[in-house]
Design a binder for this molecule. Sequence first.
Ligand SMILES: Cc1cc2nc3c(=O)[nH]c(=O)nc-3n(C[C@H](O)[C@H](O)[C@H](O)COP(=O)(O)OP(=O)(O)OC[C@H]3O[C@@H](n4cnc5c(N)ncnc54)[C@H](O)[C@@H]3O)c2cc1C
Length: 405
Amino acid sequence: MKRFDVIIIGGCASGLVAAINAHRLYPEMSIAVVEKLPRTGKKILATGNGRCNLTNINTRCGCYTNGGFAKTALEKYSVEKSLEFFSSLGLKTYTDSEGRVYPTSNTAASVVDALRFNLDGIEVITGEAVTDVKKQDGGFVLNNEYRCNYLITATGGKASPSQGSDGSGYALAKALGHTVTNLYPALVPLTADPAVTKPLKGVRIHNAVITLEKNGKSICPARGEILFTDSGISGIAAMELAASLERIKEKGADIFAVIDLAPDMSREEIIEYLTVLRKENRRDFDSLLTGIIPKAAGIAVLKKSGVKSTISGFSENEIKIISEHIKQFRIKVTGTKGFDCAQVTSGGVRTDEINNETMESLICENLFFAGEIIDVDGICCGGFNLQWAWSSGLTAGELGGKAQC
Ligand SMILES: Cc1cc2nc3c(=O)[nH]c(=O)nc-3n(C[C@H](O)[C@H](O)[C@H](O)COP(=O)(O)OP(=O)(O)OC[C@H]3O[C@@H](n4cnc5c(N)ncnc54)[C@H](O)[C@@H]3O)c2cc1C
């Protein structure tokens, strides 16, 4: 049996910062990271389209589910403190106009390198999935092979399992007495009626407003880019609605995505625009709306509106109907692309079972949690989930300030 003072299960975002912080605070302790994949940091490489959007200067607890729980760690290891930490690892960053922070090199590999090159003095065991954990004689025994006094579980959720996080951490948490909430894929494209989306494949609407509608009630609007695909709707604004959609989905109930394709124009402005076009009568039918929305979207709007005549023959009512469909383009949505394609898991180990000051379990002494395994997720794209990984991981690495050799 190999013995360590501290073992961190999961060698990616939250696990690596937890390990580095624990080593800095307790240099005399033996620390190991146990990672199931052949290399550490794989998921970070996939983040931010390979650029790693590592945080966002607009981070606040309102950006998270269970933000009240997350607040203490987010304040202690704030964006500023997290960036200081990365700077101490030798990583330089920049902030874009929307507050998103990226490595100066614009490659996620730089973030992984910064972490990996600071693992000296920490044993990194790769290619080892932890499948069994027991509390024994005041410590923890993993896979009947490793023993430790302090255990940090940083296994991620079950989103994007090809990057390592296959949900196996939940079984470990349960084995140590914890409860796991319902789990939903989050930040993932929506699936929708292909008869509507297929002809629109590749059409991108910048700055659309998209809202879910169930039983005539509107839920959670999101604003930003949407992209139609052959199976549904992608783009940041659509992806931000995924977890809510999964939560309200129920058999037999129709849910619609209602999209404002031209949010910067009012209905009246659209009606006025179309009235001028009718008078000028210079456009062919398919190109009628290209002045305000992409051509394919315009064709779909005209199809939904059921208008058949040429522009010069449009009635006032037909113009009004077209404007309604531009402002409220409705598509029946059927679900999401699921955990395989999701960036994040919504749900996890219950937050009322964890001390939010230390990330220590309130059920099992000397057990700590970090990252996405906890029921905290950033509801928007833009660096919030990695910020949670850093804040919770650095906090967990403090081992509640009570560690002894
Ligand atoms: C494609 C994609 C793009 C993303 N882009 C961004 C972005 O730009 N900005 C942002 O803020 N967030 C982004 N995210 C989300 C972000 O990557 C995660 O929220 C974050 O990595 C979670 O950190 P974590 O340490 O909790 O888990 P993970 O980073 O998932 O790490 C968990 C690690 O534990 C290992 N592991 C799991 N189970 C076991 C086990 N039983 N035994 C041993 N090891 C185990 C896994 O192999 C993995 O290495 C993105 C996610 C994806 C999938």
